[in-house]
Write a protein that binds this ligand. Structure first.
Ligand SMILES: NC(=O)c1ccc[n+]([C@@H]2O[C@H](COP(=O)([O-])OP(=O)(O)OC[C@H]3O[C@@H](n4cnc5c(N)ncnc54)[C@H](OP(=O)(O)O)[C@@H]3O)[C@@H](O)[C@H]2O)c1
Length: 316
């Protein structure tokens, strides 16, 4: 895909880093990508949200690389077909766990299932997510973006840590979003359950920012016990999630959106590549570390960082 003339005009108005979110950014970066075909075989990889969009593209690619997959999805009716698809593509094994990850209780059940298998986990990919334009609380009384995008991935990290530590080199990949560049974490707002001024994209970005901060805060101590924590963002990819939650954005950007496979490429690379070994506390797009903040105004206060860790300690 070459950059048509009209996009060269857009480029003048978009910061370089935002332009990199598009399919053109991907194509440019991909010129230097190593092949992953000989990597990843037999790794036990736990992937959430594997039935759609980026998660499905990642599951297919990891299956092709011969991974041993455990996929966590919430729709039981999709489990058998998904499992079969992955095994046909070359997965060493593919198991599916059913859990609604917006519910802490079901997240815990998924953790318990994995703990009962007592198998080392080489990679945990926290990918499941959604942007909710309507505010809703889960049946557990938690605002659902916070539950799905922050609490569930953190709970999975904590609950599965013993199995990640059993791996020779455990990795956690937290899928966040370039949208978080727009927000400064506000713990008073998050703690209130975003009850006032609810706006889907802002709340989504707050929750993603919070998960990114947790990754930054914990990565050193986790790395000391042999588990590397990193984040990535996929750029802008045309997935069912974007189609449902951001129809206007999609209409405007459709011609520059990435395919789900392009968006998922860095997830797959982070899961299997030897180039990532030893890296912890980084934030990747297109296999390259990126800045956590584009603007100092979105850098949270130290008190909010501490308040976030305290909140997680209380609620989980
Ligand atoms: N696409 C982009 O441009 C983009 C940009 C930045 C970040 N992201 C992030 O990338 C990740 C994947 O998004 P996507 O674009 O691929 O969206 P998607 O096609 O909607 O896929 C989201 C996945 O998350 C699962 N999920 C949602 N709610 C769940 C719940 N309560 N319990 C269990 N699973 C649940 C979905 O399952 P169901 O099919 O059952 O709903 C689906 O498998 C998300 O974390 C998203 O925030 C995407």
């Amino acid at each position: 895909m070459s950059e048509p003339k009209q996009y060269q005009v857009y480029q003048q108005f978009l910061p370089r880093e935002i332009w990199d979110f598009t399919a053109f950014g991907y194509r440019k970066a991909a010129r230097n990508f190593e092949s992953l075909s000989s990597q990843g075989g037999q790794k036990h990889i736990v992937l959430t949200g594997a039935n759609s969009g980026l998660g499905l593209a990642a599951a297919h690619a990891l299956a092709q690389l011969g991974a041993n997959l455990t996929l966590i999805i919430r729709d039981r009716s999709q489990a058998q077909a998904l499992q079969q698809e992955c095994e046909e593509r070359g997965a060493a094994q593919c198991r599916v766990i059913i859990a609604d990850l917006a519910l802490l209780q079901e997240t815990q059940q998924a953790i318990d299932t994995l703990l009962s298998w007592a198998e080392p986990i080489d990679v945990l990919i926290n990918n499941a997510g959604a942007l909710f334009n309507q505010r809703l609380e889960t049946t557990e009384g938690i605002e659902r973006s916070t539950a799905l995008l922050l609490l569930s991935p953190v709970k999975l990290m904590l609950g599965l840590r013993p199995l990640l530590e059993l791996s020779s080199r455990g990795r956690v990949i937290n899928v966040v979003s370039g949208g978080m560049y727009t927000q400064r974490l506000s713990m008073s707002w998050l703690r209130s359950g975003f009850a006032n001024r609810y706006k889907g994209p802002a709340v989504y970005a707050q929750a993603k920012r919070a998960l990114a901060i947790v990754t930054q805060e914990w990565h050193e101590t986790w790395a000391a016990s042999g588990v590397e924590l990193n984040c990535m963002h996929p750029g802008w990819a045309d997935t069912p999630g974007v189609q449902t939650a951001l129809p206007t954005f999609r209409r405007w950007t459709q011609r520059v959106l990435r395919t789900p496979e392009q968006g998922a490429d860095t997830i797959v690379w982070m899961a299997v590549s030897e180039q990532v070994a030893g890296i912890s506390g980084a934030f990747f797009l297109d296999r390259k570390p990126r800045r956590w903040y584009l603007n100092d105004k979105t850098r949270e206060r130290p008190t909010d960082r501490h308040a976030l860790l305290k909140y997680l300690d209380e609620i989980l």
